[in-house]
Every structure is written in C-alpha cells, then in structure tokens.
Design a protein around this ligand. Structure first.
Ligand code: 3HC
Length: 708
C-alpha cells in the first residue's frame, strides 16, 4: 500500500490525486513525506495515470515541515528520496493545488511540482527565517530561478506571506481558480489539460532569471546592508542571502547541497531554538487552563470606543484595519474633532511613506464613525473604554455604560493599571467587565493583555481573547492587580535604569547596551518618544500615596527642566527639529553630575554586562512574584508579553527564556541575593525564584503557585 493514513492516493479518470490529510495545517510530520514519495512513485508506475494533483485536505495546502521535530533526534532525510527530489524525477507532470497556506517545506513541494494553481485567498511563502533557519528543501534554489534572485530574496529574507494574486503576478502561480470554485475539480481539469505536454516544465532546468545577478552583482551585498540594522545579532537572514547567492553561482545540485549544509548549521543554533520557543509560546498563550476551550463566545458585530485620545484613536484604527466598523465616542465635539484629525494624520503619514494606499485609508476612515452621545452606542456588542486614567472618571463612564448598554454587551476597559474591579463594581453587571489593555501605539503593538476581574464571566474573557486575535493582536491573559502582568514585570527595569543613571551610568551607555542586546531602540530613547511627563505624574502620585516610595531625583530633574522628550526637542537626549534621532547631550551629563554631587550619591563605572543584568534580572524577579501570586498562567506568557508589548528581541526568546539561557534560576538567584545585600530591600529575591533555583527548575517550566 503506497499511501498511509496521512497521505491518500486516488485515481480519478486518469489523474492521480494525492491528498495530504494531517490536521490542522498538514505539516510534513513523520509519515507525510514518505506518503508523498510513495504516491508520486505509484503515479509514475501506474500506466493508467497521466498526471497528478497534490492537494491538502481541510483548511490548508501544507504549512511546512513539522517544527516540533526540529532540534530532536529525527532521522536525517534519505538523499535522493526527499519529496522534492522525487517530484523532480517524476516523468508525469504534477500540479500543486493551493488553498489556505503553502508555507516553507509545503511551498517548496509546490515549487518542485511542475505547475501551481491557487485560490485567491491562499497565501504562500518561505517563513523559515522567522524561526531562525532557511528553506531546506530547495526553496532557495528554485524560487530565484522562477522569479529572479531579487524578488526571491525579498520573500526569503522577510519570510512574508504572499497573497496568491501577488504570487500570480510574480509568476509563481500559473493560474488562479475563482474563490468558491471546487479547487480539486479545477486541479483535475488543469491536469487533464497539461497531461500530454512535453517537456514537463521543471524550475531547476531554467537559469534565465538568474542572469539578474550577473547584470547587478552588487545585489547581495546591497541586501546585506539593507537588513544590517534589523538583523543585528542573527545569522539566518544572512544565510538566506548566501543561499540565493549560491543559486546564482553554483549548478543546481551543488546549490541544493549548500542550502542543506546551511540548514543543518542553523537548525540547532541558539537563535533558532529561541525563535521556535517564541512560535510555540505564542500559540500556548491562547490556552486558558481555567476556561473550557468550547466556551461559547458572544457575537461581536458592532464595537464602540469611548474616548478619542491617543489610545482610543489607535484602538479604533486597529478595528478598522481588520474591517470592523467602530463608533468612536467623545461627548465634547472639540475632543472628537481633535481625535479624528489625529487618526487622519496618522493614516496620511502611512500614505506618504507608501505603506498604505489612499483607497485603503479611505476604507478605514469610513469604518470609524464619530459619535457624540452614549445613546449612539447603546446597541453595540462591545465597548472599550479608553478615557483618562483617573479612577473617578473611569467610574463615571462605567456607570453610564451600565445605564445605556444593551443587556449582554461586553464592557472592556483599556486601563493600563487601575484595578479592574473598581470599574466592574461601578456597574450592576460586573460579569460583563474585563480589561483589554493595548500597548502604545495601539494600532502597531501586537500585545493585547486581557485582564481578569474578580467577577469576569468565562465568556467575557474568552470573547476578549478572541477579539484580540480578530484585530490582529496576540492576546494574553493576566490577573488583576497593580500594573497587571506586562507593565508590572517591566516596572523594575524602569526603576533600575533610572537608578543606574544616578549612580554614574549615562543614558546613552544604557541605551547602547540594550540596542546591542537586540532592542530596536534603547529604553531612554523609548521614554523620550512616549513623553517623560507620564512617568513623572505617576511618580508624583505614588510618592503622595506611599511614604516609602523610592523617589527618582534625576528623572524628576529632567522633567522639571521642561525636557519632556522628543515633543520638546530634549529629554534624556537632544533632538534636532523634525528629526527623531537621539543625540547624547553633554549638558545633561554635566547637570546629572552636579545633581548627584549635591545629593551625595557615589559615582562609579558600569560594565555593559552589569547594565544588562541589572535591568533584566530586576524584571525576572518581579515576574517570579507574579507567578507566585498566580497572576499569569505560565512564564512563557510573560515572554509573549515582552516580545509583543515591549519589543524584546525575538531571537532571544523572551525575558524568562533568555534568563534560562544565561544560567537559569540558580544564576539569577545568586546575583539577586548578592544585590540584595548590596542595595537592600528592592532586590529582595522572590521566594518563588529561590525555590526554582533550589529545585533546578528552568523558568520556562515554572508553574504558578496558585490558580489565577
Ligand atoms: N509544524 C508544527 N505545528 C504547526 C506548524 C508547523 N509547521 N504550523 C502550525 N502548527 C500548529 C500550531 O502549533 C497550532 O497547534 P496548536 O493548535 O496545538 O496550538 C496549530 O498548528 C494551528 O496553528 P495556528 O494556531 O498558528 O493557526 P493559524 O491558522 O493562526 O496559522 C499558520 C496557521 C499561518 C500556518 C501558522 O501556524 C504558521 O505560521 N505556521 C508555521 C509555518 C512555518 O513556519 N512553516 C515553515 C516550517 S520550517 C520548514 O518548512 C523547513 C523546510 O524548509 C525544510
């Protein structure tokens, strides 16, 4: 029997239909490649078969190799018997029929097939670089032969998913099948049409498009320069370029061998392991241990946002981007106009930069309906409150929402730190209330922190998690409490960066360390971008509430000098008018020195290593407290939050994953205990961290001490 239960071979009127059936996404798990090889061979030996169709059952073609098998002791593929090689050798033509996703090894099989047809909604791509590797089944050798090295590099180095219509324009897809038509039928008809055509087209035999590399030999170095900033610290993007270069300089089979060598080199690299971890962490985060998976969701067709400030505007843009109509409420006409003007200006910047078309801008703007009264939103299925961060203001809004909203409407708040139960208890329906915390800028950052109030109903939470996904975010659940999980775990990082500057480190040194570590911009430049007044106000509030609050004299001094960040042309750095580049400011360095002398704070030198550890270990310790209190389901959820809310470098996996790679709980505990002696209470090690250290449990396996 050539086929197995993962791959079926059926003979339909002289066409061999090979169906991959490995739910949910037809990954090439053990058994699938073997099934494909045997089916293609069967098609070739059966005289009744004239041509073959390769198609996926269920929702997709093939999403690629089975990532779960990477880094395990899987048997190496038998050379010459790999599916793309067997497809290459097929005497009878094979048509790949694509719907859903054809990614990675899946797309590579389509490339090794002789023809490709797809429905317009299909997406194709080689996303291997996003998990720290490169395409390893001939993708780097065939794609440049099909569309030229430049376009191939663009796809392989970015890993982007290319919509079928674009792929058709690029020459990757031979024919589009109308959406809704029966793809299998269409593929069989196509196969009949080409069955007798000879020679059978094989991408490997066509070198014409590679000539581009001869006329433009600087192409590869130009690409290296182009990615230099984005790809800092990583190897996979450079290997992708080298592999396409090999396609242009080596015969096909040699290029394939070179690609394989580089694939083997990367599969177990630190970067690939971290990126795989991040991939699975972002899927795991959707699992809610205390809410059944089949909890019925509340239908959401209409949404409202209360508050047209920066956050409310950004949230509306997130809805509009994904095609959701949204009502934007602001009772003052002036505030509403200002909010809309800001949204329009944001879109216009994107149009100017070429990342958005004018038509798309107009489509999105048309989805955002400005309204001036609570009555206008009363029938919406969901409302997200995004008003000023003051408890009485929030309470007032929730009382109004309770009065007007239809029964069963979901009442979410975008507070970044106020106790959710305060808002819930301002209503007579606390079961319908939860937090949905966006990260600035709300239309860009992917994290969507769902906060569970004491009385939030399971479907209120499950629907919030689903809503985040529908507007392109990554939803992560957090327990209620000061700062919830993301901001709470980030706060000690912010404290330490300020204290280190008091002790003699300069903002530019701290920023350089973190940029070298992989952040796109340093934490002081980020603070300048957000505006330093926000942190200042919250410090003043906390100092007024808590007599033991550790003041930040230097940070306060900067704000009191009127240096509020980019918007005032100076903050921790100096800015030229109209330019966002941070420039170190010797004048500020002098003022810091003056102030620390006045305060009698001893000054010293910091090593880069010490800066990195001070910032991140402080947060790891807080993350341990969060897990100890059961405010997060798992350490990897905290990693997902740091990756998508704070731009933590993805190729380092996340805060907790990274901590595991540099010695794990034992090392972190040792260092924190030493700093506890040196700096006192704020470094007191979390008992949870101590337990992990004593039991030799890696952070990523740590289980919270209690349920959320
Ligand atoms: N291997 C193993 N499991 C996979 C997988 C893969 N390639 N792709 C998806 N899955 C699993 C997910 O982990 C998830 O499992 P779960 O339900 O247990 O959590 C399930 O399939 C569904 O995935 P998603 O929740 O991500 O479903 P979406 O519909 O949101 O997204 C997708 C579908 C776009 C295909 C997305 O899953 C994805 O991007 N997958 C990875 C694609 C990829 O990187 N392919 C290249 C692999 S490397 C390769 O092919 C090497 C080759 O060159 C030799």
């Amino acid at each position: 029997m050539p086929e197995n239960n993962l791959v079926r071979f059926e003979s339909v009127d002289g066409i061999g239909v090979i169906t991959i059936d490995n739910p949910p996404v037809n990954a090439l798990s053990p058994g699938v490649p073997e099934g494909i090889v045997e089916s293609v061979e069967r098609g070739n030996t059966d005289p009744a078969i004239r041509a073959m169709v390769l198609i996926g059952a269920g929702r997709s073609f093939i999403a690629g190799a089975d990532i779960r098998t990477f880094g395990t002791n899987r048997p190496p593929p038998v050379e010459g018997r790999r599916p793309h090689q067997v497809l290459d050798a097929s005497q009878k033509p094979v048509v790949a029929a694509i719907h859903g996703y054809a990614l990675g090894g899946g797309f590579e099989l389509a490339l090794a097939s002789n023809y490709r047809i797809a429905v317009p909604s299909a997406k194709i791509g080689l996303p291997e670089v996003l998990i720290g590797i490169l395409p390893g089944s001939g993708g780097t050798q065939r794609l440049p032969r099909l569309i030229g090295p430049k376009a191939a590099m663009d796809m392989i180095v970015s890993g982007r998913h290319v919509p079928a219509e674009e792929a058709h324009r690029l020459g990757i897809i031979d024919e589009l099948v109308p959406e809704g038509a029966d793809l299998r039928e269409a593929a069989i008809a196509f196969a009949h049409r080409i069955a007798d055509k000879r020679p059978v087209p094989r991408i490997r035999e066509h070198d014409e498009k590679l000539a581009e590399a001869k006329t433009d030999p600087g192409l590869f170095d130009a690409m290296r320069r182009q990615i230099a900033r984005r790809a800092r610290g990583q190897r996979a993007p450079y290997h992708c370029i080298a592999a396409v270069e090999a396609a242009c300089t080596m015969p096909f089979d040699e290029g394939i061998r070179r690609e394989r060598e580089m694939f083997d080199e990367l599969e177990n690299s630190a970067e690939a392991r971290a990126l795989r971890y991040a991939f699975f962490a972002e899927r795991e985060v959707a699992r809610l241990p205390d809410i059944p998976r089949d909890t019925p969701l509340r239908p959401i067709k209409t949404a409202a946002i209360v508050g047209a400030g920066t956050m409310g505007g950004g949230i509306s843009m997130s809805f509009a981007e994904f095609g959701f109509p949204v009502k934007l409420l602001e009772v003052s006409q002036e505030a509403l106009d200002r909010g809309l003007a800001r949204i329009r200006a944001n879109y216009q910047t994107s149009v100017r930069r070429g990342s958005l078309t004018e038509a798309e801008m107009n489509r999105r703007l048309a989805l955002i309906e400005p309204v001036g009264s609570y009555d206008d939103i009363k029938d919406c299925d969901v409302v997200i409150e995004a008003v000023f961060e003051r408890i009485p203001v929030k309470e007032e809004v929730f009382k109004k929402l309770d009065d007007v909203m239809k029964p069963g409407a979901l009442l979410y708040t975008n507070t970044s730190g106020i106790d959710i139960d305060i808002m819930a208890n301002a209503t007579k329906r606390p079961q319908d209330v939860a937090g949905t915390h966006f990260f600035a800028p709300a239309n860009v950052m992917k994290l969507f922190e769902v906060v569970k109030g004491a009385k939030s109903a399971p479907d209120t939470l499950a629907t919030a998690m689903d809503l985040g996904r529908k507007i392109g975010k990554i939803s992560a659940m957090a327990g209620n409490g000061d700062g919830f999980v993301a901001n709470r775990s980030r706060t000690p990082f912010g404290t330490e960066m300020n204290i280190m500057v008091e002790e003699g480190a300069l903002p530019e040194q701290v920023d350089k360390v973190m940029v070298d570590f992989g952040y796109p911009i340093g934490p002081f430049a980020t603070a300048d971008l957000s505006g330093l007044d926000i942190g200042y106000d919250s410090r003043q509030r906390r100092a007024a509430q808590d007599p033991n609050y550790r003041k930040m004299p230097i940070a306060d001094m900067v704000v009191e000098m009127g240096r509020l960040g980019q918007k005032t042309g100076a903050g921790w750095f100096k800015y030229e008018p109209g330019d966002r580049t941070p420039h170190p400011d010797p004048e500020l360095a002098r003022l810091i020195k003056e102030k620390t002398t006045e305060l009698g704070i001893a000054q010293r030198e910091f090593t880069d290593e010490e800066i990195l550890r001070r910032l991140l270990f402080a947060s790891v310790n807080e993350a341990c407290r969060i897990l100890d209190e059961g405010k997060a389901y798992r350490a990897s959820d905290i990693d997902v939050m740091w990756l998508n809310g704070f731009n933590f470098p993805r190729y380092r996996g996340g805060l907790m994953y990274w901590a595991d790679t540099i010695g794990g709980p034992a090392e972190v505990y040792r260092q924190i205990a030493a700093w506890h002696q040196q700096y006192g209470e704020r470094w007191s090690p979390s008992p949870f961290l101590r337990r992990l250290a004593e039991t030799n449990t890696p952070f990523r396996e740590a289980k919270p001490s209690r349920p959320m």
